[in-house]
Design a protein around this ligand. Structure first.
Ligand code: EN5
Length: 385
């Protein structure tokens, strides 16, 4: 098992305590291979330009048909092109960190990195690294062991930039997670969730009882709640960075980055701030739009899901703020609101009637040994999209 991961600088479950906290291997820039890894016949590397319409379309289609599914293969993520541009073209992005593999011009493999500054366990460990995402191999060539090659190639391109760590998440367990978190779901459209098989009715339940149970008011309750604008960037940056210091794993955001990650983009990211008195922002909430394709259903093709992103409550009670998030998401047409049990989410999940899902999300650090081998979900302060 794990033929590939055994060869990588990852803490091994059995020998965890022999390692010192910090980097597992010391990187040497001069030793980094200068040319791309070899690919088998007809396969070729290609740097994806997501600003190019045709290339964006190719990535979109590869992911739509071959990316992550739930355990029962009923739903598959359907990231939109605008979403991919948001997720993969942040400030400081490198043009050779969006890596494709083609066969006769057809895209069959993909992996991405974006630059991040991550704080690990304490303020001394501030590390510039990459956040890896969207590893995808076309279903028809899964036997070729292309995934390890994609991982090694992006690792090489990250090393060339003198960076030696990475952060990533996965639904599956490989050596070795630093935290295991769970998805929670809040029904917004009970009838549709049942029709597509996302939720099921227990013996004593009926659709109309569920609809009643999950009913929401028409308008949010918090006075001064409004969509975030450019003028809020400085205050949101401060609120966000101050809040994130409470966790053992968090990014530090520049104002440039907050502009990119939080300013509302239609059907991609929604951010609402609370402006209590004239000009003073005290709280904000945010969620991103990630629909899933419903794989086999006569009536519905898509499930519209909002995913909780970062929420900071300094004046408004967190339960009230997130209740408003549910109302806003419902009004924007979402069927379900999803959140992980990370950060302070535990403080609102039960009360707002989220239910645990059947999916886990494992967090990983590449080439880093933590002081405490495992972090609790509530110690995690980062959300990967
Ligand atoms: C990339 N860096 O499994 C990593 N979703 O619970 C991506 N379950 O939607 C990794 N199976 O439980 C992503 N409904 C890993 C997640 C992959 C997708 C996934 C799970 C998360 C999910 C749903 C549907 C299950 C369908 C059958 C689920 C039950 C809860 C229900 C919600 C509404 C109210 C009643 C209860």
């Amino acid at each position: 098992p794990h033929q590939f991961w055994q060869t990588q600088p990852m803490p091994n479950i059995n020998e965890m305590d022999k390692l010192l906290p910090g980097p597992i291997q010391q990187g040497v820039l001069a030793e980094v291979r200068k040319d791309p890894l070899n690919l088998i016949d007809k396969f070729e590397w290609f740097n994806v330009d997501l600003r190019n319409e045709e290339q964006a379309q190719q990535v979109y289609t590869l992911l739509k048909e071959n990316y992550v599914e739930d355990d029962d293969n009923m739903f598959r993520f359907d990231y939109s092109i605008d979403f991919l541009r948001w997720a993969l073209l942040p400030p400081g992005q490198y043009s050779d960190w969006l890596i494709g593999v083609r066969v006769n011009q057809k895209l069959v493999g993909f992996i991405t990195g974006i630059p991040v500054t991550l704080y690990i366990e304490n303020e001394q460990n501030k590390i510039k690294m990459t956040e890896i995402n969207f590893l995808c191999v076309h279903k028809k060539i899964r036997a070729n062991r292309l995934a390890p090659v994609l991982i090694k190639e992006i690792t090489r391109r990250v090393h060339i930039k003198n960076m030696w760590q990475a952060v990533y998440t996965a639904g599956i367990v490989v050596p070795t997670p630093i935290s295991q978190t769970r998805y929670y779901h809040r029904s917004l459209n009970a009838k549709k969730l049942i029709e597509v098989g996302f939720s099921s009715l227990s013996a004593r339940q009926t659709i109309s009882r569920q609809q009643k149970l999950y009913k929401l008011p028409e308008e949010p309750k918090t006075p001064g709640l409004r969509p975030m604008k450019k003028k809020d960037v400085a205050q949101v940056t401060k609120l966000l960075n101050d809040y994130l210091k409470n966790f053992k794993l968090y990014f530090k955001y520049s104002e440039e980055e907050v502009k990119h990650w939080f300013l509302p983009r239609k059907d991609v990211i929604s951010t609402y701030v609370v402006e209590k008195e004239q000009g003073v922002v005290t709280d904000f909430l945010s969620f991103y739009n990630l629909p899933s394709q419903v794989i086999k259903n006569p009536k519905h093709t898509h499930l519209r899901a909002a995913y909780s992103y970062y929420n900071v409550a300094t004046q408004t009670p967190i339960v009230q703020l997130m209740y408003d998030a549910l109302i806003l998401a419902k009004n924007e047409g979402y069927d379900v609101f999803n959140a992980l049990d990370i950060m302070d989410n535990d403080k609102f999940l039960k009360e707002l009637m989220f239910c645990p899902g059947d999916g886990q999300l494992n967090y990983y650090l590449y080439n880093w040994k933590l002081e405490s081998n495992m972090l609790k979900p509530e110690e995690i302060g980062i959300v990967l999209v």
